[in-house]
Design a protein around this ligand. Structure first.
Ligand code: HEM
Ligand SMILES: *[C@@H]1O[C@H](CO)[C@@H](O)[C@H](O)[C@H]1NC(C)=O
Length: 365
């Protein structure tokens, strides 16, 4: 008894000692401007960071180029279809940079309308720093999102090959697709309905340019530079107005002047397969960013073996600002909310004071 107690004590003592013995200071690679990294291969990303914050994102803003860069991460990665592979066809390489290497092919796919602009801005920067296109696209999306108030800090793994094949067409969801078709396509790529909803937190920092070109820059929610739950609230408001001359394919009525609503966002907000997760980001706004970060980490490695990539997440800036708690826009009441989750009541939200004025388009620079 005494003996076993004694040996238990010494086991505890050993267990306490071991970690401090093992905690030998790890070698840190020396990078530019006195910065260090866990791996030599991460140093180049500090230089890319400086370059894109200054020259692509206008000094670290969460503006048009950030929104476009975030969209591009999706349009590159979703070119990945195990279903096609099972049919003996090429299913696409996922997050492999093919949308940039084969921009002459992929930017002509209808669902990629408008991405040519950011591809052409990013490409020379990737070539200048000699990083692969696949890495660059995911890095730019992660850095860009970190510029948005309350934004995510998305994992960044480096080392994707620069050698790719063009993605097949028809793998990127369209705003006029049904929920069934969107969930099937996303499911094929490996995402559950809840993860699709989480990924759509991206539409909280988003605008459209191509569905109605006359309304270029018109955003999907009233706070397009804040990574907040406002998008999830506003998509559940009853659509009452047409922000432009007429409705275009993939567009539905919006609740607020200047706001643009995609048909797919309206349907996903109300569908029984997705509505409860949608509402959960309003009831529990702090759950949105962590779930988005997890889904983005998965998306960024579609078609890749994450074990073969090097974790350079330390280069991604820590986002500033706190997430705004969701509100009902001035002039709206709970009666305007088309609550669609049958399992939980719609949460009580404060209403913004004053009168709602038209949402301004995201400035193009
Ligand atoms: C699941 C189905 C989805 C559909 C149908 C869809 C559709 C669209 C459409 C039509 C636009 C407007 C493009 C334009 O005219 O400029 C857009 C913008 C955008 N999308 Fe999606 N999207 C989906 C999912 C996603 C995902 C998963 C992401 C994640 C990264 C994403 C990120 C964005 C961003 C950031 C923008 C704004 C681009 C800008 O402001 O320039 N989308 N989306
Ligand atoms: C990736 O491929 C493009 C096109 O061939 C080339 O311009 C670029 O330098 C390549 N980048 C790397 C890192 O190999």
């Amino acid at each position: 008894m005494v003996n076993s107690f004694h040996s238990l004590l010494s086991t505890i003592a050993l267990a306490l000692l071991v970690p401090s013995v093992l905690a030998v200071p790890a070698h840190r690679a020396k990078c530019s401007k006195g910065r260090t990294a866990s791996n030599d291969a991460c140093c180049v990303w500090f230089d890319v960071l400086d370059d894109i914050q200054e020259n692509l994102f206008d000094g670290g803003e969460c503006g048009e180029e950030v929104h476009e860069s975030l969209r591009l991460t999706f349009h590159d990665a979703i070119g990945f279809s195990p279903a096609l592979t099972r049919q003996g066809k090429f299913g696409g390489g996922g997050a492999d940079g093919s949308i940039m290497l084969f921009s002459d092919i992929e930017t002509n796919f209808a669902a990629n309308n408008g991405v040519d602009d950011i591809v052409e801005q990013q490409k020379p920067i990737a070539i200048k720093h000699q990083v692969s296109f696949g890495d660059f696209i995911q890095f730019a999306g992660a850095v860009g999102s970190s510029n948005c108030a309350g934004g995510p800090r998305i994992q960044f793994l480096a080392g994707r090959s620069n050698v790719t094949k063009p993605s097949p067409d028809h793998l990127v969801p369209e705003p006029f697709d049904s929920v069934t078709s969107i969930l099937a396509r996303m499911g094929d790529a490996g995402f559950k309905p809840d993860e699709v909803v989480a990924l759509l937190a991206s539409h909280s920092v988003a605008a459209q340019d191509t569905i109605d070109p006359k309304l270029a820059g018109h955003p999907f929610d009233s706070t397009p530079s804040d990574f907040d739950s406002q998008f999830f609230v506003e998509t559940l408001l009853k659509g009452t107005l047409i922000p432009g001359d007429s409705l275009h394919k993939g567009q539905v009525k919006s609740p607020l002047p200047g706001e643009f609503r995609l048909q797919s966002d309206e349907l996903l907000a109300r569908d029984s397969r997705t509505s409860c997760e949608w509402q959960s980001f309003i009831s529990n706004p702090n759950s949105m960013v962590p779930k988005f970060e997890r889904a983005m980490a998965k998306m960024a490695t579609l078609g890749q073996n994450p074990k073969k990539l090097i974790d350079c997440s330390e280069v991604i800036p820590v986002p500033r600002g706190r997430v705004k708690q969701p509100t009902l826009p001035a002039g709206k009441t709970i009666k305007d909310i088309e609550a669609s989750c049958r399992k939980a009541p719609f949460p009580r939200l404060p209403t913004d004071k004053g009168t709602f004025t038209s949402i301004l388009p995201v400035p193009s620079s």
